[in-house]
Ligand binder design. Structure first.
Ligand code: SF4
Ligand code: SF4
Length: 348
């Protein structure tokens, strides 16, 4: 219980998109100011990280890093990573295909998930992402990954939509567009977060978001080969109840940031989470030892203080992990897992 089982690994601050809502925009603009961790440094981190079954690669645009297969491979081999998610803006179809082809062939015992971002079914997607042709590139990337998925049982493809200002009609059209042009295993709706701890951004229509979250939970899923997928999906659906409570100003329970999950940025800083500014330590100054940093007195105090303050936020990764490690949610998780097992749709 004292080691993280979920690490969010930022591998670069470079990005080829310019999304209007990017929470990492400052780091992306300043990416030339620091020296990002090398593959060799990731190797050292992986060797003393303990078991990290769930790895989320982040950035920037992770696909831009040419040595990504090696970096991920170190965690698969040394930290027993079994589930690896790589989000992408879909702007690099060829590189994305090669990346997943390499990873799925090299590591058959690990399940890889490509997670593309699509916010609108039309030209508004290009506008919010700041790149002309972004939607078409994403569709091309998704087509290539869908073809690869036919051959690989250790590959899934998800689509993530950030709820910004879309209407009910927009979201219905988007789901239809996605069903025909992307064919994801899961289509998730994420909320535009507040800037810092708290709930959702003030700018969104909260009631519509909560209604649509339920619709996406029902309609945005088809069968997939990922082991434990029914459990992962039941967590997503339980998340709806937690999000309802959060959006209505109720604390959803203790946060496991710094204990069960943590964030490593591209320069080796270990952060409590993606939302707060707390830095728990610098891997470059601590022999690349993640566990040592997380167990230091100062880290434990930061984690205690954070929970004393009943910190809360609408970050999906945190909420999902907090659900897994909160027994109060278990009856619902069991019910929803069974429901998933018996009601999922076949892929089209
Ligand atoms: S693709 Fe991601 S990292 Fe890049 S600008 Fe958009 S939100 Fe930021
Ligand atoms: S609830 Fe957890 S993940 Fe969210 S801001 Fe607070 S410490 Fe970070």
């Amino acid at each position: 219980m004292k080691r993280p089982s979920f690490v969010i690994l930022f591998v670069t601050a470079k990005c080829n998109a310019k999304c209007s809502f990017c929470f990492y925009a400052d780091n992306i603009n300043d990416h030339h100011k620091g020296i990002e961790l090398s593959a060799e440094e990731y190797l050292l981190i992986s060797k003393s990280a303990g078991n990290i079954p769930y790895l989320l690669i982040s950035g920037g645009e992770p696909v831009l890093r040419n040595d990504l297969p090696e970096i991920i491979g170190y965690f698969v081999e040394n930290a027993s990573s079994k589930f690896v998610t790589i989000p992408s803006n879909g702007l690099s179809p060829e590189k994305t295909y090669k990346l997943f082809d390499t990873l799925t062939s090299r590591y058959p015992g690990t399940h890889f998930r490509a997670a593309f971002s699509l916010d609108y079914p039309d030209e508004r997607h290009d506008k919010v992402r700041g790149v002309e042709g972004c939607r078409n590139s994403l569709v091309e990337s998704a087509k290539r990954i869908a073809a690869l998925r036919e051959k690989k049982t250790n590959l899934s493809m998800d689509l993530v939509t950030v709820f910004i200002d879309q209407s009910e009609e927009d979201l219905k059209n988007l789901r239809e567009f996605a069903d025909h042009n992307v064919r994801p295993n899961n289509h998730e709706l994420h909320v535009l977060r507040a800037d810092g701890p708290g709930g959702a951004s003030d700018s969104i229509d909260l009631e519509l978001f909560l209604r649509e979250l339920a619709v996406f939970g029902e309609k945005g899923r088809v069968e997939e080969t990922r082991a434990l997928s029914a459990i992962f999906r039941s967590i997503n659906n339980t998340f709806l109840r937690a999000m309802n409570r959060l959006c209505r100003g109720t604390w959803t329970g203790p946060c496991r940031a710094g204990s069960k999950f943590t964030v490593i940025d591209e320069y080796g800083k270990v952060k409590l989470c993606e939302i707060r500014d707390d830095i728990l330590g610098d891997l470059r100054e601590n022999e690349y030892n993640l566990v040592q940093i997380l167990r230091s007195k100062s880290s434990l105090k930061t984690i205690r203080d954070m929970n004393k303050d009943k910190c809360t936020c609408a970050w999906e990764c945190a909420m999902s992990t907090n659900i897994i490690f909160n027994f109060r949610f278990y009856p619902e998780l069991i019910y929803r897992t069974l429901r998933e097992l018996f009601t999922r749709r076949k892929p089209q």
